[in-house]
Design a protein. Sequence first.
Length: 292
Amino acid sequence: MLHRLEFPLPVSYLCQASWGACFAAGGAKGLLHASVPAAITANLLLIVSGLALNNAVDIPTDEQNRDKNYLASTATRFGRVRALRWAATEMAAGLALAITISLSSGRWFVAGIATMSIVMQLLYNLEPVRLKRRGFAGAGVFGLSMATLPCLLSYSAVRSGFEPAVWPIFASLGVMAIGRTAWWSVPDRIADVATGMATPTVRYGAARALVLSCVVMGAGLGLLGWGLWWRYGPAWVPLGVVMHCVFLGGALALLRRTADHALPSPVRMLKRAMPLVTIGDALLVVIPLAAG
């Protein structure tokens, strides 16, 4: 639980770690590139280390949330200091792998992106900055570090330079992750208020935060469709966006029963909504490998 490995989240983490390499490979055979396993492993370490850090520093907030107090219990049993050391070790290992890729390939952009990912996770989680309590600034940093930066790292590990068409795709994945981060904050309003976390749901109210998250996710979907059309043609667009569209429709449906005093269940969101995202994420692994 320290790394938020509840199903289906680990599948999405693997997709996020792999997207860039898949878009760079130009087909399944391209994944035989020697740096691909190292890049995906580096991404996974950077992703889960940030989640472990977040769970360690969020103990007071999660203790106030009856649906998430199991996370606080897990972090407390593991030990806060031990969890922080564990997260730091994973970050260092991810950075070391990225530096190894840079040394072997001469592409120092890989190590630079890994460093940026660590810095963004620290800014999101740690005082005095702690962007998590600063509205959409926190959602933005978290979303980009979970989606766009891993794409850039694994893509640049496989090939130098970026094709213009991948920029809207990689940007869209980050934008959608920003929207989902705001969406995830909605059920946490009571605990966030109690501990001074000015997340989007605290700053704007539950219903308005949900609306804003849907607007952001909708913008991301538009970017994704444009990028897939540009890169692979219109035939691949429906497959790439369909599950994320279904997820967005479900998020909009929550508006009918969401208010500051009537919050959705994070357990239900995880079990019913996140599998849609995971399927959509997996399809975005398949498309570049199948379309070439």
